[in-house]
Design a protein around this ligand. Sequence first.
Ligand SMILES: NC(=O)c1ccc[n+]([C@@H]2O[C@H](COP(=O)([O-])OP(=O)(O)OC[C@H]3O[C@@H](n4cnc5c(N)ncnc54)[C@H](O)[C@@H]3O)[C@@H](O)[C@H]2O)c1
Ligand SMILES: [Zn+2]
Length: 336
Amino acid sequence: MEVRSSSGSYSIEFASLTAIATDLPSNSFVITDRNVWSHWGSIFDHLPTLVLEPGEASKRLAGAETCYRWLAHHGATRSSTILAFGGGVIGDLAGFVAATYMRGVRLIQVPTTLLAMVDSSVGGKVGVDLPEGKNLVGAFYPPQKVLIPLETLGTLPPREFTNGMAEVCKYGAIMDAQLFGELSRGVSRGQMQSLIKTCISHKADVVQEDEFETTGRRAILNFGHTVGHALEKVTGYSDLLHGEAISIGMVVESRIGESIGHTKTGTTEQLRACLESNGLPTELPLVEEQELIAAMKLDKKALPGQLAFSLLTHIGGCKLCTGVPEEAVLAALKSR
Ligand SMILES: NC(=O)c1ccc[n+]([C@@H]2O[C@H](COP(=O)([O-])OP(=O)(O)OC[C@H]3O[C@@H](n4cnc5c(N)ncnc54)[C@H](O)[C@@H]3O)[C@@H](O)[C@H]2O)c1
Ligand SMILES: [Zn+2]
């Protein structure tokens, strides 16, 4: 599959790790984390490899500096290629490093989590977190290619797999009723390649229309995320994985949509059933509603002091909705 971007198009392909390792330019540098490396690192043992600590804490400017200095020590030049071999944390961090080391070197994304395969490796967003907030420093930097080693899903912990299924369900809910139907009936591991392909083509369609997040089209990918991000923030990014938070967020936002007449009646129940059958949580944990609302007002889609959500119109359709009344949001948060 080809994705067009302002700096040329890039391909997204499925490839085994052996095939990826064989085809790499000789001046490639691998950036990965310890979990991925412990399962799959031996494949790249002929290449210089930086193994970082797993987890979001590595996705910081300090982590980027570790990468820059390691690259410099190992003689990486502008003609080198960085291989981001891992989940979204490694993809975002190594991608940011590729965008900035010597003002930009080639980047190949090799995503190893379901979330990274269907979401973070596609679309060119790279970046790091600040203590003040996630993804506050970054760039749009499309990779040279994305190579998906499906076999790596075999070692992904079940909770991380389910986490990625939240984004898969999101694509069904916002733009593909047929996919949503399949997900509601239950999918097997054997269907994953075709599911991932479908999700990538949806993400590619959206980002091609709105590469730099300026036309509003990209906002539909944010369904479930206004509430989800607020929930992650209020719970201190500790109890819930991102996919789990947006699963709950999608249900709450669908409820908001139904209550203001934007979302077709009955959608929330369909969504909840689909998410639950894929092992995802849908109930809001005990949190202070006003704290959640305060966090939602800081969402990038909202005007100052207002609330904005990307809301389903029905299963398979989604539209940005600004100026949503606070009472509707509060009621949806309280209705459990
Ligand atoms: N750039 C974007 O457009 C975009 C989109 C969505 C999310 N993100 C970012 O992605 C990050 C989350 O990504 P994630 O969910 O992949 O998390 P992650 O990279 O932390 O990976 C999750 C866990 O799985 C482990 N792991 C990865 N692959 C494995 C494998 N094949 N076998 C065994 N263990 C494996 C990792 O070590 C980690 O412990 C966040 O930082 C988020 O901001 C970016
Ligand atoms: Zn997400």
